[in-house]
Design a protein around this ligand. Structure first.
Ligand code: IPE
Ligand code: IPE
Ligand code: MG
Length: 258
């Protein structure tokens, strides 16, 4: 039925039917998500941008639940980029306190749901209380068997690649490996994502058609899905439509159709 998807009025599709159809096909193992559009969501309602960020956290909690229930193993979300420090100090401070509060309260709830929470990004530059919570959350959830939730915080794709290069340079200098032994596989091991499989699907709400320095290495062969829905409005139906769109694509990886 998905070949006919574009001919249907997407709003007419029944949610349960959509879910059943998505579940009947191969799901992505790893979804990457740029949680964008919080500010515009708030501005449209004459609210301060901070209200959009609060709503964005609520949306993330709902999304984690839906993704877990679908049986998808990995979800990597972009929460704060290395470039977001350029924002006004009040907004940055608000976001840091929001992350702090979320790690304090919601992490326990996710822990009960067996979610394993890892934070990806540069630790330097983050407030010490957040760094402490990042370690505590990892310790608390690392043996969980449910969804792997990776939160990209103070994350930049270029910064990640440079950090990996530095790690490898140290290993070469100390003679642990020879320069000619560097491969795509052992380079990837030095990235923050380490053992994670590459995302098959990248979703960006908010209408922007760019990746804004997210997972530059890992998205090499991901399928991109863009929607104008703002992140705080991104509901289960939007997620299912993104997955259905992915399922209808032909992935060739440079080869030819079977
Ligand atoms: C995403 O929403 C949240 C962060 C980048 C921290 P924005 O704050 O970028 O929202 P818009 O893009 O201004 O609407
Ligand atoms: C990307 O969104 C980063 C996050 C969602 C955390 P931005 O709002 O920072 O991206 P640009 O500035 O529109 O590229
Ligand atoms: Mg934005």
């Amino acid at each position: 039925m998905w070949s006919n998807l574009s001919k249907l009025n997407k709003d007419e599709l029944n949610l349960a039917e959509l879910r059943t159809n998505v579940l009947a096909k191969q799901l992505p193992e790893h979804i990457a998500l740029i949680m964008d559009g919080n500010g515009r969501w708030a501005q449209k309602r004459d609210l301060p941008r901070t209200a959009g960020h609060e709503k964005g956290v609520e949306r993330l909690k709902e999304t984690v639940k839906i993704v877990s229930e679908l049986g998808i193993n990995h979800l990597t979300v972009f929460a704060f980029s290395t470039e977001n420090w350029k924002r006004p100090e009040e907004e940055v401070n608000f976001l840091m306190s929001l992350f702090n509060r979320t790690f304090e309260s919601d992490a326990r709830e996710l822990h009960r749901e067996e979610v394993k929470i890892r934070v990806l990004g540069r630790r330097e530059g983050l407030p010490t209380d957040i760094r402490k919570k990042i370690r505590e959350i990892w310790e608390m959830t690392k043996d969980n068997q449910g969804l792997n939730l990776n939160i990209a915080l103070n994350y930049g794709g270029r910064a990640e690649i440079i950090d990996a290069v530095k790690e490898l340079a140290v290993k070469v200098k100390s003679g642990v490996i020879e320069p000619q032994e560097i491969t795509e596989a052992n380079f990837a091991q030095e990235l923050y994502t380490q053992q994670l499989p590459d995302p098959e699907l990248l979703i960006r709400p908010s209408g922007e058609l760019r990746i804004s320095n997210f997972l530059l290495w890992q998205l090499a062969y991901a399928e991109f899905y863009f929607t104008s829905t703002l992140w705080p409005d991104f509901c289960e139906k939007d997620l299912l439509l993104a997955i259905a769109d992915y399922q209808a694509r032909e992935r060739r990886f440079g080869g030819l159709k079977d």
